[in-house]
Design a protein around this ligand. Structure first.
Ligand code: NAD
Ligand code: DAU
Length: 340
C-alpha cells in the first residue's frame, strides 16, 4: 500500500451524470478542504439538478464543456491536482442504436484528457466497467484484474479501448494513472434508461417493466455510495499503474430484481412484459473484488436488502426529478427502444 495522498483540487469529468454526481456529493461532504471542478457537456444524461445544493458554494465549480475539446480541457487540467474521469456515453442499448458517439466520447475524449494530463503531469483516475471482460456463464469464476479483455457491445468495446489507452500512457509516458472496473451501480440519480430506475419509475407510473429475453441474465449490483468509497480509497491509497476490480457481491438474475421491485411497490406480476432480447446480450457479469479488499481494505457495505429499499425510497421522494428526466427526448428514445 502506498502512502496516503491528499488532493486539494479535483477535476471531475461527467460530474452531472449518475455516478459522477454521487461522487461529487461524497467528496465535498467528506473533505471540507477539497475543491471540485465539474466538467460536463450536459448530454441527455447530464443534469445539474443532481448538484443543486452545491450551487454558490465556493468549493464547487461547474464548467459546461466537452472532453473531446482540448481548449476546454487544457486550462482545467492545468489548475487541478487530480482528474477523476467519469464522462462517457454509458448505455449499452444506445450504443447498439448509434455507436459513433461512443467512440467519439469514450475513446477520443479519453485520449484528449490523457494528452492534457501528460502535458501537465497530473494524476489520472479512470472509471471503467466489468463489461470490458465479456460475458460469463453460470458457474464460471468471477472476473478479476487478470481476466483478458473480451468486450462484446459497442459500449464495452469503446470502454476497453479507453482502458488500453490509459494503460498505454502509464507504460509509455509514465503518466500516474489508476483504473477501476466496477459492476452495475444503482442508487439516487440513476438515469431511468437503466434497468432498476426504469423499473421503479415505470411501476410508480402504473406502467409495465420491459424484461429482455428470458430475464435470466445476471448482474452484480453495487450501491453507488459503495462505489464512491472505493474510488476514494484508490485515489488516496491506490498504487500507481494498477487496476482495481470493484463489485457489489450481489449477483442476481434480472427477473429477481424486477419481481423484488414489484413486491416493494405493491404491484403484481402482470406488470412484467417480456420483450425482444438485447442483441449480443451478455449473460452474466460477476466481480472478484479481493484485490481492493486485501490491498486497500475496501469492501461493499450495502447489500440489495438495504440498497434497493433506499433506492425505491429516493425515487418516491424525488418524483419531480425523474418526471423531469422522463419528459422530452426521453420519450423518443423509449419509443425507439421499446416500440411504444
Ligand atoms: P451517465 O450516463 O449517467 O453520465 C455520464 C455523464 O457524462 C453525463 O453527465 C454526461 O453529460 C457526461 N458526458 C457525456 N459525454 C460527454 C462529453 N463528451 N464531454 C463531457 N461530458 C460528457 O453515466 P454513469 O452511469 O454515471 O457512468 C459514469 C462512468 O462510469 C462511465 O464512464 C461509465 O462507463 C462507468 N460505469 C458505469 C456503471 C453503471 O452502472 N452506471 C458501471 C460501470 C462503469
Ligand atoms: O456492468 C456495468 C455496466 O452496467 C456499465 O458499464 C454500464 O454503463 C451500465 O449501463 C450497466 O450496463 P447494463 O447493460 O448491465 O445495464 P442495464 O441497466 O441497461 O441492464 C441491466 C440488465 O437488465 C441487462 O441484462 C439488460 C436488462 N434490461 C435492461 C433494460 C434497460 C432489461 O431486461 N430490460 C430493460 O428495459
Amino acid at each position: 500500500m502506498t502512502k496516503e495522498k491528499s488532493f486539494m483540487k479535483l477535476l471531475i469529468t461527467g460530474g452531472a451524470g449518475f455516478i459522477g454526481s454521487n461522487f461529487i456529493h461524497y467528496i465535498l461532504k467528506k473533505y471540507p478542504d477539497y475543491q471540485v471542478v465539474n466538467l460536463d457537456a450536459l448530454t441527455y444524461a447530464g443534469n445539474l439538478e443532481n448538484l443543486k445544493v452545491w450551487e454558490g458554494d465556493e468549493r464547487y465549480r461547474f464548467v459546461k464543456g466537452d472532453i473531446t475539446d482540448m481548449t476546454a480541457v487544457g486550462p482545467l487540467m492545468e489548475e487541478c491536482d487530480v482528474v477523476v474521469h467519469f464522462a462517457a456515453e454509458s448505455h449499452v442499448d444506445r450504443s447498439i442504436m448509434d455507436p459513433g458517439v461512443f467512440i467519439e466520447t469514450n475513446v477520443r475524449g479519453t485520449l484528449v484528457l490523457l494528452e492534457a494530463a501528460r502535458k501537465y503531469d497530473k494524476r489520472f483516475h479512470h472509471i471503467s466497467t466489468d463489461e470490458v471482460f465479456g460475458a460469463l456463464e453460470p458457474g464460471d469464476k468471477p472476473f478479476n484484474e487478470e481476466t483478458p479483455y473480451d468486450p462484446r457491445s459497442p459500449y464495452s468495446a469503446s470502454k476497453a479501448s479507453a482502458d488500453h489507452l490509459v494503460r498505454a500512457y502509464f507504460h509509455t509516458y509514465g503518466l500516474p494513472i489508476t483504473i477501476s472496473n466496477c459492476s452495475n451501480n444503482y442508487g439516487p440519480y440513476h438515469f431511468p434508461e437503466k434497468l432498476i430506475p426504469l423499473a421503479v419509475t415505470n411501476l410508480l407510473e402504473g406502467k409495465k417493466v420491459p424484461v429482455y429475453g428470458d430475464g435470466l441474465q445476471v448482474r452484480d449490483w453495487l450501491f453507488v455510495e459503495d462505489h464512491c468509497k472505493a474510488i476514494d480509497v484508490i485515489l488516496h491509497q491506490g498504487k500507481i499503474g494498477e487496476t482495481y476490480c470493484i463489485g457489489g457481491g450481489s449477483e442476481r438474475e434480472n427477473i429477481w430484481i424486477v419481481k423484488k421491485l414489484i413486491e416493494m411497490l405493491s404491484k403484481d406480476e402482470s406488470s412484467i412484459e417480456y420483450v425482444e432480447d438485447r442483441p449480443g446480450h451478455d449473460r452474466r457479469y460477476a466481480m472478484n473484488y479481493s484485490k481492493i479488499e486485501r490491498e486497500l481494505g475496501w469492501r461493499p457495505e450495502t447489500n440489495l436488502e438495504v440498497g434497493l429499499p433506499k433506492t425505491v425510497e429516493w425515487f418516491r421522494e424525488n418524483e419531480s426529478w425523474w418526471k423531469g428526466v422522463k419528459s422530452g427526448d426521453y420519450q423518443k428514445y423509449y419509443e425507439k427502444q421499446y416500440g411504444k
